[in-house]
Design a protein around this ligand. Structure first.
Ligand code: AMP
Length: 293
């Protein structure tokens, strides 16, 4: 445990890497009657993450940010090994955002020898990402449940950027009677519409330009709906066209779904959610928006 050093550095956050210290600090915070907000992240922080942190700081007395690149949610062919790890910069940004505590454990502390218990995620984990990334939500649900136990927070903040993940966590919290409120925060975007993501830093300048089509295809669906279009099949085709016209051809899915069950709809409504997952070069990007935001 150490405090951030430097004469004019903010006193916060407290950086904790072991679970006993974490438990002791948070037991004291709770016994003082303070509310705890939790923001789970995998680090490589950007303004999307920081918007969650700022909201937690506004709404809770004590904000905990976790930084842990969770190996169990990555498939064998995925980018676990090269996922960006930028702890120093993350800590500076979190000091700026006034987070109170950063918990950054090692994989060995989280998955101790003999670890073998996993959460079987809820139905809403099955389509879309669940289909394309088998085992992903099993890993996500397991780490989030562990973090909810390690950090006895009152409120946990997730981004709508990972729409299905938010729904999976929400369903798990409800199904398992977890004593925590799950809040979702709006997606933070670059000025041209690209959703902020730690993976955007993989993009070459040319790919970065192409990537705009990922958000543009969602906007296109919203515009069609605003003009009175309701036929989902036709809208999905047009979303695909936006992607392929910009050179994005490896498309995992474009979907128009019910906001709660995430099952495909035939006719869209104001609350229908459009989602996309596609590769821009070698980088897999996901994005979504509600047709009427
Ligand atoms: P990650 O580090 O990718 O696991 O993300 C940690 C949290 O930040 C998740 O709840 C994400 O949904 C959220 N998040 C990631 N990108 C954005 C964004 N552009 N806007 C809002 N929240 C985001």
């Amino acid at each position: 445990m150490s405090r951030s050093a430097g004469t004019d550095a903010p006193a916060k956050p407290l950086i904790v890497t072991d679970r006993d210290t974490l438990a002791a600090v948070l037991a004291k915070v709770r016994s003082d009657g303070q509310t705890i907000g939790l923001v789970p992240t995998m680090g490589a922080l950007h303004d999307g993450h920081l918007s969650l942190v700022r909201r937690a700081v506004r709404e809770c007395d004590f904000t905990v940010v976790t930084i842990f690149v969770n190996p169990t949610q990555f498939g064998p062919q995925e980018d676990f090994a090269r996922y960006p790890r930028t702890l120093e910069a993350d800590l500076q940004a979190l000091a700026q955002a006034q987070a109170d505590l950063v918990y950054a454990p090692t994989a060995e502390q989280i998955y101790r020898p003999g670890f073998s218990t996993f959460v079987d995620p809820p139905d809403v984990a099955q389509p879309l990402e669940g289909h394309c990334r088998p085992g992903h939500f099993r890993g996500v649900a397991t780490i989030v449940l562990k973090l909810f136990h390690l950090v006895p927070a009152h409120v946990a903040y997730f981004g709508r950027k990972d729409y299905q993940q938010w729904r999976v966590i929400q369903a798990m919290a409800e199904d398992l009677d977890l004593p925590i409120r799950v809040e979702a925060c709006p997606t933070v975007r670059e000025p041209d519409g690209l959703a902020m993501s730690s993976r955007n830093r993989y993009l070459t300048p040319a790919e970065r330009q192409q990537a705009v089509a990922v958000s543009r295809c969602l906007l296109h669906a919203a515009q069609l709906a605003a003009q009175g279009e309701t036929r989902a099949a036709m809208m999905r085709q047009q979303m695909r066209d936006v992607l392929t016209r910009s050179g994005i051809t490896r498309i995992d899915y474009v979907a128009l779904v019910d906001p709660l069950t995430l099952t495909e709809v035939e006719e869209v409504h104001a609350d229908t959610v459009a989602l996309v997952a596609a590769f821009v070069g070698g980088t897999r990007l996901i994005d979504n928006r509600q047709l009427k935001e």
